[in-house]
Design a protein around this ligand. Structure first.
Ligand code: NAD
Ligand code: UDP
Length: 318
């Protein structure tokens, strides 16, 4: 029997790469999305595949479907998008998790939650290990996302303890790659698009805050290993431990694009985490996983993607 995978948020950046990877395994894919930040263009090339189906649906409402495996990825991930309608972001995280866990319980599916490094907030422990409980402002501008994801983790572990639902929880660190939105607002897409357009590169704060960037193909490989792994609920960190300052990222983007962009410094958003780096010892030990794509190589892919996209839109008649 062919495995049926339900991917919520399947038309988004990571979700669409996951759909692709599961189809490459000759499995069935039900891609569910409300198209808030997802796009049909991300999955257009999959529509002709008989193993692929698209369902337009909002996870805050219950749905009845048959699936063997559920990947719960529905939620805007860029601070600009998740802060646009914070109440909706909380609903998506909490009601979405409840609805998908209820579905998993009813149909006996294994279910994986796309959690986040944001559960660690502005971390007082560095690098971040799974046993660290985090430092999150419960009433700040990021809390709709951070606390929403923390409640979702609680729900996953409560459904596991109370109802024996077969859960998997991955804490994803900053991931980048083709199919991020041009107006996504996240740092990699912002810098690459600004550099390609020779517009000023917007560094928030002094640029000495750090992030650790994971290329999407590495992340998808880790997600699949986690879903395939028996007897391991997580939570497990998935990310690339190579840590860069935002200034270093800007310099690298300028070097790789050969851009004439200058750097401009803007206010640092409230509660912006100062440092972030995953400790991936657990993923190495339990999943035999670690990322292999260096930032320089991944950025080259993203630059080529946005370059083609921007040229295409410039060629379009008004
Ligand atoms: P994305 O915004 O590209 O994808 C999110 C997808 O979810 C979109 O297709 C969107 O339309 C859909 N969606 C949003 N609300 C929905 C709802 N109520 N009902 C149905 N669909 C809905 O973001 P992404 O980077 O692909 O992130 C995917 C998941 O991974 C998110 O859950 C995010 O929190 C998590 N994550 C991502 C990162 C990262 O660096 N990209 C880091 C940590 C966690
Ligand atoms: N950032 C920046 N310029 C931008 C967008 C983001 O300097 O145009 C900074 C942001 O303040 C943060 C880091 O880059 O310190 C990563 O931001 P992103 O929104 O990509 O992800 P997150 O803050 O959720 O890790």
């Amino acid at each position: 029997m062919c495995t049926v995978n339900l991917i919520t948020g399947g038309a988004g950046f990571i979700g669409s790469h996951l759909c692709e990877a599961l189809l490459e395994r000759d499995q069935e894919v039900l891609c569910l999305d409300n198209f808030f930040t997802g796009r049909k263009a991300n999955i257009q090339h999959l529509l002709g595949n008989p193993r692929f189906e698209l369902v337009r649906h909002d996870v805050i409402n219950p749905i009845v479907l048959e699936a063997d495996r559920i990947f719960n990825f529905a939620c805007p991930a860029s601070p600009v998008h998740y802060q646009h309608n914070p109440v909706k972001t909380i609903k998506t995280n909490v009601m979405g998790a409840l609805n998908m866990l209820g579905l998993a319980k009813n149909v006996g599916a294994r279910i994986l939650q796309a959690s986040t490094s944001e559960v660690y907030g502005d971390p007082a422990v560095h690098p971040q290990v799974e046993s660290y409980w985090g430092n999150v402002n419960p009433i700040g501008p990021r809390s709709c996302y951070d606390e929403g994801k923390r409640v979702a983790e609680s729900l996953f572990f409560d459904y596991h303890a109370q109802n024996h639902v077969d859960i998997r929880v991955v804490r994803i660190f900053n991931t980048y790659g083709p199919r991020m939105l041009v107006n996504d607002g996240r740092v990699v897409s912002n810098f690459v698009v600004q550099a390609l357009c020779n517009e000023p590169i917007t560094i928030y704060g002094e640029g000495n805050q750090t992030r650790s960037f994971c290329y999407v193909s590495d992340l998808v490989a880790g997600i699949l290993r986690m879903m395939d792994c028996d007897d391991f609920t997580g939570p497990v960190n998935l990310g690339n431990p190579a840590e860069f300052t935002i200034q270093e990222l800007a310099d690298l983007v300028i070097e790789l694009t050969g851009s004439a962009s200058e750097l401009v410094f803007k206010d640092l958003p409230e509660n912006d985490p100062t440092r972030r780096q995953p400790d991936i010892t657990l993923a190495r030990e339990r999943l035999g996983w670690e990322p292999s794509v260096p930032l320089r190589d991944g950025l080259a892919q993203v630059i080529a993607y946005f370059d083609a996209l921007l040229r295409q839109s410039n060629d379009m008649p008004d």
